[in-house]
Design a protein around this ligand. Structure first.
Ligand code: HXC
Length: 258
């Protein structure tokens, strides 16, 4: 896959690494970046050899948000009809686990890209924020909803109403970031984590992700029911038989993804 603003690599078995690569604009997300992101994620999600995806920027910026210069003259229908939102959607809707490796600025739509991922690894320099209010707009790719569901109403209000920025340490303390590492190692750590997840039973990983995300959608009873159905369904897979047999035989399981 070759793109103007993305670099896609395969740094470890089963792992795809997607780097945003528009460094002079702090990886500002213009329509071209977002279109490429949607294409890359849809392609990798459908690639059986990919078991986990890492999304990153560079050490100075994960992404400083949607491209303000490009948005300036837009009308509502142009925003709505352009394949603009598809970038965030493709990340959020991936069936494979997605790990964000964030360093430097993760602002506006850049932060929302991280919130759309399943696990967030940050460098010590990461700064998260939703500064849209300074531009006379609000977050439009999930910021208000995903933040409120994760950190609650009050902190979210401060972040979106008053551009409160969070350091990596604060974001970790509030449950938005899984781990914080030095800038020299955060990406390597994210890839290591992805590589470990990539060794696990693929269908179980996929169903586990689906079940967790369903907690955002449904009341508890419906969520429990959904979890149970996915749980029962896994008993139709070869991997369930293999995983349990391997445990009994005291050996490592060999997953086939079926
Ligand atoms: C377009 C951007 C940009 C952005 C940075 N640049 N962020 N261009 N859109 N979001 C460009 C600058 O214009 C500049 O280009 C170059 O990158 C370097 O930026 P500087 O501002 O000169 O650098 P610095 O002083 O170091 O400040 C870095 C920064 C700042 C703190 C990240 O650039 C900043 O505040 N950016 C905007 C952050 C923001 O408001 N994001 C939310 C966007 S709205 P030139 O050509 O002038 O050198 C959004 C809505 C999401 O995301 C909606 C989802 C549906």
């Amino acid at each position: 896959m070759s793109y103007q603003y993305l670099i896609v690599e395969r740094p470890a078995d089963g792992v795809a690494l997607v780097r945003l690569n528009r460094p002079r604009q702090y990886n500002a997300l213009n329509l071209q970046v977002l279109t490429e992101l949607a294409h890359a994620f849809q392609t990798l999600d459908n690639d059986e050899s990919v078991r986990a995806i890492v999304l990153t920027g560079n050490d100075k910026a994960f992404a400083a948000g949607a491209d303000i210069k490009e948005m300036l003259e837009k009308r509502p229908h142009e925003m709505k009809n352009a394949p603009f939102i598809s970038g965030w959607d493709a990340v959020a809707l991936a069936r494979k686990p997605v790990i964000a490796a964030v360093s430097g600025y993760a602002l506006g739509g850049g932060a929302e890209l991280a919130w759309a991922c399943d696990i967030i690894i940050a460098s010590e320099t990461a700064v998260f924020g939703q500064p849209e209010i300074n531009l006379g707009i609000i977050p439009g790719a999930g910021g208000t909803q995903r933040l409120a569901r994760t950190v609650g109403k009050y902190l979210t209000m401060e972040i979106v109403l008053n551009d409160r920025r969070l350091t990596a340490e604060e974001a970790a303390r509030f449950g938005l970031v899984n781990h914080v590492y030095p800038v020299d190692t955060y990406l390597e750590e994210a890839i290591k984590l992805a590589a470990k997840i990539a060794t696990r039973a693929p269908l179980a990983v996929q169903y586990a992700k689906e079940a967790v995300l369903y907690a955002y959608e449904a009341p508890l009873q419906a969520g429990l029911q959904h979890e149970r159905l996915l749980f029962y369904t896994l008993f139709s897979t070869e991997d369930q038989k293999e995983g349990m047999q391997a445990f009994i035989e005291k050996r490592a399981p060999r997953w086939h993804g079926r």
